[in-house]
Design a binder for this molecule. Structure first.
Ligand code: KIV
Ligand code: ZN
Length: 569
């Protein structure tokens, strides 16, 4: 890079449009869409699509709902010519879809293009030529007058050829290539030359397509250019004003949106922003931006993953994992605060109300995506995401303080492994942490069974304590208090919650006990899980007793001897 870029690059001169209207407009309806995936998109591939791929992408574009599809550049490629012929001869173009074919302004190419679409009930012929001063001067060595002569002559020639085939409903699309870099008066003259040579009028519409062939200014400049053209084009009522943004500055979508606000009726682009250099405008993003503003784009992206897979297969270009709406990671939150907010947002979302889940600009379900990937847990994650996964996958709703405790356990694991942890692993960690004291485990206190007396106030526990099987009795105003009494530990139960997990024959009761043990700071949680709620509660008390005693041991207050000595004393 050079120290003084202004010595090499000049800013784009502002457009004199003092009373511009577009900044205060909103977009209230979808534009007419044209997919140029099979032309501009195809031209930009290392390996252009073969006939089979073109066909599969064409069918997908039709399925999505495009009513105008640029199917190729038949005069420049035999594959494209044959493809267009196949579409027509095999009657593969639905009645509500119109194909478009592109040609440069040369008689032989125009003739070959018209030949390619012979027999089609409808066709748009897209004629273009470069108009910007750098192209006129450097590339073609032409004056403005010569450029106008070229346009008038070739549109006239196209009219003559198409008039000779009245069974086809012909539309002219004219593009002043490099429009965004062309003086506005020159663009307007070029468009009027084409419009007049075609004879635009009732029943004979012309599409005027204005490209940012190379995006060269901020998107507001393009909007000004479009509003200026919108005001000056005649006869405006017989002109479909189209835009064709590219994305060299990364603002193709903004340019298209501003252009719609400025008067554009139609947008040309490619799925996922495929196309020359940095791509054509991304129609998926544009369409779904509209959708999230409450405007149906009239394109079907309700299975966005399927669309992405077809596009990837046909173009051999992967969709970026962070691509708006479609990337694998765009509905994934790793950060703890985001996860927490999303979890709360899902819980608060009114199924019939306006969408307002924090951090999710669209309901993933509207795009056929599941919530599976919304919350993923790694070392950056917090309690919200962990709680969300446990709740969604196992129906386990943890009390808030338990969420805090368990997130530290998960954090230690992810810090150590330096990897993401999935719902399955979180559940395994949860069981390992909280379902303690089973008869097959290795805990100091192991539960084998219990008997309640008739009053429900007395209990006899069948336990192993440090491997020694024994029966302990206790009294209390319920099984939990009686179990604490039987254990004989200086332990206080602070909270108790029970839940059902699973359903039908799989249903299990889950008991969560929070308790504190003398000599151990804070409280801890234990969980019991059984088909019987009383058994689950007793197991939860035994679990938390094991955990709290372990904590005390870890502080070096007497080791396992203490467990031995204290339990049942
Ligand atoms: O980007 C461009 O200028 C084009 C034209 C041919 C419309 O693709
Ligand atoms: Zn283009």
């Amino acid at each position: 890079m050079i120290a003084n870029p202004s010595a090499k690059y000049a800013p784009f001169a502002p457009i004199a449009l003092a009373d511009r209207q577009w900044p205060s407009r909103t977009i209230t309806q979808a534009p007419l869409w044209l997919s140029t995936d099979l032309r501009d998109g195809n031209q930009a591939l290392f390996e252009p699509m073969n006939a089979e791929r073109k066909m599969s992408l064409f069918k997908e574009l039709v399925r999505i709902g495009f009513k105008q599809i640029e199917v190729g550049f038949p005069a420049a490629s035999q594959t494209d010519f044959d493809f267009v012929r196949k579409l027509i001869e095999d009657k593969l173009i639905p009645d509500d879809v119109t194909i478009m074919v592109m040609t440069q302004s040369r008689e032989d190419l125009i003739a070959r293009t018209v030949e390619a679409v012979k027999g089609s009930p409808r066709a748009i012929v897209h004629l273009y030529n470069a108009t910007a001063s750098a192209w006129r001067r450097i590339v073609f060595g032409m004056s403005v007058q010569q450029v106008m002569g070229l346009i008038g002559h070739h549109v006239g020639y196209l009219k003559q050829l198409t008039d000779a085939q009245p069974d086809t409903r012909w539309t002219l699309q004219y593009s002043p290539e490099t429009f965004s870099a062309t003086e506005l008066e020159v663009s307007l003259e070029a468009c009027h030359t084409a419009i007049n040579a075609w004879g635009a009028g009732p029943g004979r519409e012309v599409i005027i397509n204005l490209p940012t062939t190379v995006e060269n200014a901020t998107a507001n400049v393009f909007a000004d250019q479009i509003e200026w053209m919108h005001r000056h084009l005649v006869p405006r009522e017989h002109i479909v004003l189209s835009v064709h943004p590219h994305n060299d500055r990364g603002t193709g979508v903004a340019a298209a949106e501003f252009a719609m606000m400025a008067g554009a009726d139609r947008v040309e682009g490619c799925l996922f922003g495929n196309g020359e250099r940095c791509g054509n405008v991304d129609i998926v993003t544009l369409a779904l931006n509209l959708y999230t503003q409450g405007v149906h784009p009239q394109l079907d992206f309700s299975d966005i993953n399927a669309v992405a897979r077809v596009a990837e297969e046909c173009t051999s270009i992967p969709v970026h994992p962070r691509h708006p709406y479609a990337g694998d990671l765009v509905f994934t939150a790793f950060s703890g605060s985001h996860q927490d907010a999303i979890k709360k947002g899902f819980a608060a979302q009114d199924p019939n109300g306006l969408w307002e889940v924090p951090y999710l600009p669209i309901d993933p379900a509207d795009l056929g995506r599941t919530y599976d990937s919304v919350i993923r847990v790694n070392s950056q994650s917090g309690k919200g995401g962990i709680a969300f996964l446990l709740e969604r996958e196992r129906g386990v709703v943890m009390p808030r303080r338990m969420q805090v405790e368990f997130s530290a356990v998960v954090q230690r694991q992810t810090d150590a492994s330096e990897t993401e942890i999935n719902g399955e692993d979180i559940w395994a960690l949860f069981r390992q942490t909280y379902l303690r004291g089973s008869s097959t485990g290795s805990d100091a206190i192991q539960y084998h069974g219990h008997t309640l007396d008739g009053s429900g106030q007395g209990i006899e526990l069948d336990l192993s304590i440090q491997g020694v099987r024994q029966r302990l009795s206790g009294q209390g105003n319920g099984p939990i208090a009686a179990t604490v009494d039987a254990l004989g530990l200086p332990m206080r139960v602070d909270s108790y919650e029970e839940r059902a997990t699973g359903s039908g024959a799989d249903a299990q009761a889950l008991a969560i006990v929070e308790a504190a043990l003398e000599g151990v700071a804070g409280s801890g949680f234990g969980v019991g899980m059984s088909h019987n709620i009383v058994t689950a509660s007793i197991q939860a008390v035994i679990s938390v007793a094991n955990r709290l005693q372990e904590r005390r041991q870890a502080r070096g207050a007497g080791g396992s001897a203490e467990v031995n000595a204290e339990v049942g004393a």
